[in-house]
Design a protein around this ligand. Structure first.
Ligand SMILES: [Zn+2]
Length: 297
């Protein structure tokens, strides 16, 4: 099968890039891009194994990492997929952190123009820009869209119990003001949240974790969320992040996601992959292989 090359338009820095998928304009926007050691994303895996897969020798070597979001425009609607780390990233001193609104404005988009913020899950690095430092709605005209199971996990107290009070507090802070304004919408299972944008349940990292498939003009883009923190997770489904809520479930989710990526011949990217990483997943005799289509360097 042959593909036309993807024309990636670099942004002002490694914090953004754009490309076209059918009639959609897709921007990858960072809310912080630190270099960090990635060992925590291969929990229980021998360092020699995962470093070899990543093509490095030193497991402590800092590698480019990203707290990424995606802005999708179809000419009518403007949708943000995840909202980054927000103010927390500024206090943590993460390079480029807490600057998502600047990245959005660089595209000529005003925050009032965002119609929906769609969440893969509610960890603090994925919903952090929903409210301002003053607790106001950052996106005053947006609906917040997420899986009911994810909302329940954080709002019932289960998330705080399983993870931490701080994480639950961040989820509450970034969701409750929208609930008060009747701007939160939930879905169950596989669901088309907007024309051409389908939620694909990939539980495990959190109970309501969701990936998203974009489709336009016969082309597909799979946005993994934290079902994969690095492309090698598509080759090694059981190389789990230390932070996965249910590792067996997240392993199964990576299996289903890999099969879906192959079936749709989808471009694949993830918010924690350096901007802009695009690849395809290929079936092999024993599993799956990741093929880079575009990578930052
Ligand atoms: Zn994350």
């Amino acid at each position: 099968m042959s593909h036309s090359a993807v024309e990636v338009e670099p942004g002002a820095s490694r914090l953004s890039a754009q490309f076209t998928l059918g009639s959609l304009r897709v921007a990858a926007l960072s809310d912080g891009a630190p270099d960090r050691a990635l060992g925590g994303f291969f929990h229980g895996v021998e360092a020699a194994q995962w470093t070899q897969a990543l093509g490095i020798t030193d497991p402590e070597a800092p590698l480019p990492f990203n707290f990424g979001t995606f802005l999708v425009r179809d000419g009518q609607r403007t949708i943000l997929i995840d909202s980054g780390f927000g103010g927390l990233a500024r206090t943590m001193g993460i390079p480029g952190g807490g600057e998502l609104l600047a990245r959005i404005e660089e595209l000529g988009v005003r925050r009032e123009e965002i119609d929906a913020v769609v969440h893969t899950h509610l960890h603090p690095d994925h919903c952090g820009t929903n409210v301002t430092d003053e607790g106001e709605l950052t996106f005053p005209n947006a609906q917040i869209v997420l899986a009911q199971a994810e909302l329940d996990y954080w709002m019932s107290g289960q998330g705080a119990e399983a993870e931490s009070q701080d994480r639950a507090a961040a989820a509450h802070r970034n969701i409750l003001p929208y609930q008060a304004a009747d701007r939160v919408r939930t879905f169950d299972g596989e669901h088309e949240v907007s024309p051409g944008l389908t939620a694909v349940p990939t539980p495990g990292h959190t109970p309501g974790h969701t990936s998203f498939m974009l489709a336009s003009g016969g082309q597909h883009l799979l946005i993994t969320g934290d079902a994969a923190h690095h492309p090698v997770h598509f080759e090694h489904h059981d190389w789990i992040p230390a932070v996965d809520f249910d590792p067996a479930e997240s392993t199964r989710s990576r299996g289903r996601l890999s099969a879906l990526a192959v079936e749709r011949d989808a471009l694949v990217t993830g918010g924690h992959f350096p901007i802009l990483t695009l690849g395809r997943v290929r079936p092999t005799a024993t599993g799956y292989a990741w093929e880079y289509v575009h990578r930052s360097e």
